[in-house]
Design a protein around this ligand. Structure first.
Ligand SMILES: C[S@@+](CC[C@H](N)C(=O)[O-])C[C@H]1O[C@@H](n2cnc3c(N)ncnc32)[C@H](O)[C@@H]1O
Length: 206
């Protein structure tokens, strides 16, 4: 019986080798040495499906890398036509294009999210799933990215983001400024490194 990977033509070993190569080149931009493990990607996908709550529109994935979270989103039943992947690294974007034919793949900087979505005609947005290494990015860059995400999301829409750190991946000043509330999943110890999935929402204006 064909596996999910063979059906989707995704070679995990090639992905891991490329990921490591890009980490050696740009460790802070990659934020991890190897792609996310299955338990973490499944948790990200579960949170995303829950956050959709029947909302129409696209699921936007930031920092898609070699597509491990993408695979989990597809396996969780999100139709490929609803997925838009954003990846800044040209080699990784080319890898994604070779392995995923249906989702929209955009090579670009997540800090320009609203512009990238407008340029590519992607609207409305139902949820944003991010594996960006927010902990290793400068505060002003994180501010710009998170502001862009909540500019793109409709009221009540969710940002799903994992972190390896002990604190929420969106800093407290930024959460307060945007009136975000976050919910924390359990730590996934069997990921390298162990990770936590957070979901952030901004309540609809009163
Ligand atoms: C920790 S890796 C996650 C890759 C994959 N989603 C996974 O979970 O295995 C972070 C990814 O974000 C990408 N990235 C970093 N900064 C970015 C930015 N500003 N815009 C878009 N992608 C970015 C990196 O190139 C890398 O592929």
């Amino acid at each position: 019986m064909p596996t999910f990977e063979s059906r989707h033509g995704l070679d995990s070993r090639a992905g891991t080798a490329l990921f490591l190569k890009r980490w050696l080149r740009r460790p802070f931009a990659m934020g991890a040495v190897i792609p996310s493990g299955r338990l973490l990607t499944e948790a990200m996908a579960r949170e995303t499906v829950q956050a959709l709550e029947g909302r129409p529109g696209h699921v936007v994935e930031l920092g898609a890398g070699t597509g491990e979270v993408t695979k989990a989103l597809l396996a969780a039943g999100i139709p490929p036509s609803r997925l838009a992947l954003i990846e800044r690294d040209p080699e990784l974007a080319a890898f994604l294009r070779r392995h995923f034919t249906e989702p929209k793949i955009i090579e670009g900087d997540a800090a320009r999210l609203p512009e990238l979505l407008a340029e590519n005609g992607i609207a409305p947005i139902a949820a944003v799933v991010s594996s960006l290494p927010l902990l290793s990015l400068p505060t002003d860059v994180v501010n710009g990215i998170v502001h862009g995400v909540f500019e793109a999301l409709p009221p009540g829409g969710a940002l799903i983001q994992f972190t390896y750190g002990p604190t929420p991946p969106v800093p407290s000043a930024l959460r307060q400024g945007l009136r975000l509330f976050g919910t924390r999943g359990g730590r996934i110890w069997r990921n390298i490194p162990p990770a936590v999935v957070w979901t952030f929402r901004r309540p609809p204006a009163a």
